[in-house]
Design a protein around this ligand. Structure first.
Ligand code: SF4
Length: 423
């Protein structure tokens, strides 16, 4: 029996796709080994969102070829979709599989085309390693074409999973024991626009609520222009939707935002965040920001720093701008040098750590509802769980708490970690 190893780079959507592939192959009775071990088949689910992601994807392929030069190496994901020729040229690569044809991986592993499809891949429900939190991809692709982003070229137009199918899958995941489901998408806020008649993320969430689903629902990233009052009301009043939102800012400078082809201003973003924070109790907002976009002057960068300083956000994800061939921004003049990008990145990462710690401190002495995961933090010998508002909380708990959502009082914040005790 062939041993298979799979590795995944990039976002939650890629992780979901890998989980689907693994499920499909396990169903066909193939066994999996960790990806740093000798395997007969290596599957690399690549990312292409930055130059570094491309590089890491190529490195992994080379590493697997060295580990077992006779292994079958199958490459899928966004990098494979965007630049198949670059991948083909790497020694050891046997197959490149597009994002929409993952079921063909089974043919390649089997060595011949299968006679019948064992299970419609889009109906499969993958398992996730933590056994507490599952991802469900309800949307893929993007029609927005931000000027720096290669994703629309790699993943194609926006497509959504129908409402009925989404609810069916959520119910199955709940039956499998998951207590939290993350609704994932490349551009989640555009959910439903491709469906006939058109729907929306708000409609989908309302239908999920109406079903009386008994688990927490977490949203992955939603674009700032996609919050309407209906969505805000729903998140603030819902007993199941987590008070945690991730919203890409990308730049706090209006000129830069325009050149990024992002259709809002820094003022719009500030007003939105303040409105969300006052409407949704204890809301944690995470923000993405890009440093070193072409033409980003010192002044433009300082504008971004001051917007973030001012905002009541809980954490920051900082991305150094990466020049992606084929995108308009790759040909923009005044590309920022890598030393400046690094310096700006550090300033923002430090600011992000401060924001995170300040946010955690707001909950000292307060009660949070924590869902415990199966992972034990090795250094601290604590069990780790996540609050509804996405604070990782470490608790020295005895007994069977894994996969339970329990009340915890936050007792201290140290080394950037929140520590608590069970109530
Ligand atoms: S919204 Fe913009 S940044 Fe996000 S995937 Fe689409 S093009 Fe890329």
């Amino acid at each position: 029996m062939k041993k298979i190893a799979i590795t995944t780079l990039g976002c939650k959507v890629n992780k979901y796709d890998s989980a689907v592939i693994q499920k499909l192959l396990e169903r066909a009775e193939f066994s999996f080994v960790p990806f740093d071990q000798q395997a007969d088949v290596y599957i690399v689910n690549t990312c292409t969102v930055t130059k570094r992601a491309d590089y890491q994807s190529r490195q992994l392929i080379r590493r697997f070829h060295r580990l077992n030069p006779d292994a079958l190496i199958i490459v899928t994901g966004c990098y494979a979709q965007r630049a198949p020729q670059e991948i083909k040229d790497i020694p050891g690569v046997n197959r490149i599989v597009g994002i929409e044809e993952k079921e063909r991986i089974l043919d390649f592993v089997n060595g011949s085309p299968r006679k019948e499809v064992p299970l419609e891949i889009t109906n499969d429900i993958p398992a996730f390693p933590e056994h507490t939190r599952a991802f469900l991809k309800v949307q893929d692709g993007c029609d927005s074409y931000c000027s720096y982003c290669v994703v629309p070229y790699a993943r194609g137009r926006s497509r959504s999973l129908g409402k009925e199918e989404t609810i069916k899958r959520i119910s199955k995941l709940v039956d499998m024991g998951y207590k939290e489901i993350v609704l994932a998408g490349i551009h989640l806020g555009s959910y439903g626009l491709d469906i006939k008649p058109p729907s929306s993320l708000t409609n989908l969430l309302r239908s999920i609520e109406d079903e009386g689903i008994s688990c927490r629902i977490r949203l992955s990233s939603v674009e700032p222009t996609e919050f309407d009052d209906g969505l805000i009301d729903l998140v603030s009043s819902s007993p199941i939707i987590c008070n945690h939102l991730h919203i890409p800012l990308q730049s706090g400078d209006d000129e830069v935002l325009k050149r990024m082809n992002r259709h809002y201003t820094s003022n719009f973003f500030k007003k939105l965040v303040k409105k969300l924070v006052s409407a949704i109790p204890d809301l944690n907002i995470g923000v993405d920001v890009i440093v070193g976009f072409p033409g980003e002057s010192h002044e433009n960068f300082i504008n971004t720093v001051s917007v973030i300083e001012e905002l009541p956000i809980g954490y920051l994800h900082v991305f150094p701008y990466s020049r992606r061939p084929g995108t308009p921004a790759a040909d923009f003049p005044d590309q920022v040098d890598s030393k400046t990008i690094k310096k700006r990145g550090k300033i923002l990462r430090d600011l992000g750590s401060r924001k995170r710690e300040e946010f955690y401190r707001r909950f000292l002495g307060k009660r949070l509802s924590v869902l415990f995961e199966s992972k034990r933090n090795v250094d601290m010998k604590y069990l780790k769980g996540f609050s509804r508002n996405y604070i990782p909380v470490f608790v020295d708990a005895e007994g069977d708490v894994v996969n339970k959502e329990l009340p915890v009082i936050v007792t201290k914040v140290e080394d950037g970690k929140a520590v608590g005790t069970l109530v």
